[in-house]
Design a protein. Structure first.
Length: 233
């Protein structure tokens, strides 16, 4: 009888130990599963935040590059139209063409599903002539930046202006100086110059004395002047 009780107690202890062991294993598995799920959720949040930050950074980079391109386009438009003595509308036409050519070239960034930037037009890019003869262009493009994870950023703000006065005046002074040597009617030549370059608020004075040519280009707003003339012999 006593031996039976001992065996019963031993069997009972073994059964309880087995149940306890299974319970510990189940708890460990459950705890590991819970930890793994929590870790995966946290990792996913971190990855998503990194993708969002990357998307914002790329959008900011493209915006900065477009504003630089717009500034360059303004200067190039003024320079090219001014060389040909064209009116303000040609300056605007050229800068829009140069700027949209950069947009059409597109961008290539790794891990991006799509980067879409629409070309500018009269409604998305406003161009204003300022009193000093310079230009300011500003606007907003409905751009979309889509990361492979699905993160997105929207829009590009534009704001650029250029006053390429000194280099422009220097170029014109020596160009006019060169042309003036072959002109028979200096007064008519001077009048034509002032009409052609009025859009840039530049004034020309051309004189020819004893065969010597002198050209002065004045900035009507900034008060600067540049001269080109024959050296005295």
């Amino acid at each position: 009888m006593k031996g039976d009780r001992v065996r019963y107690e031993e069997n009972g202890s073994a059964a309880m130990m087995s149940v306890f062991t299974i319970f510990v294993i189940l708890c460990s598995v459950l705890a590991f599963s819970t930890f793994e799920e929590g870790y995966n959720r946290q990792l996913k949040r971190v990855q998503q935040q990194m993708a969002t930050d990357t998307t914002k950074a790329v959008a900011a980079s493209v915006e900065s590059e477009l504003n630089d391109a717009l500034e360059t386009a303004i200067g190039a438009g003024m320079y090219e139209a001014g060389k040909r003595g064209q009116e303000k509308d040609k300056v605007v036409e050229r800068l829009r063409t140069y700027f949209n050519e950069r947009i059409e070239a597109g961008w290539s960034y790794s891990n991006f599903e799509d980067i879409y930037v629409p070309p500018s037009d009269e409604s998305s890019l406003q161009i204003i002539w300022l009193p000093d003869g310079s230009l300011r262009a500003y606007g907003y493009l409905d751009a979309t930046f889509t990361h492979v994870t699905g993160a997105k950023a929207y829009g590009v703000k534009l704001d650029a202006g250029v006053v390429p006065r000194y280099g422009r005046m220097l170029y014109l002074a020596y160009r006019v100086y060169s042309e003036a040597h072959d002109v028979s009617d200096i007064e008519a030549f001077e009048e034509e110059l002032n009409n052609n370059y009025a859009c840039e608020c530049l004034e020309f004075t051309v004189s020819k004395t004893d065969g010597r040519i002198k050209v002065i280009v004045r900035d009507l707003y900034a008060g600067r002047a540049i001269a080109a003339e024959d050296e005295e012999s």
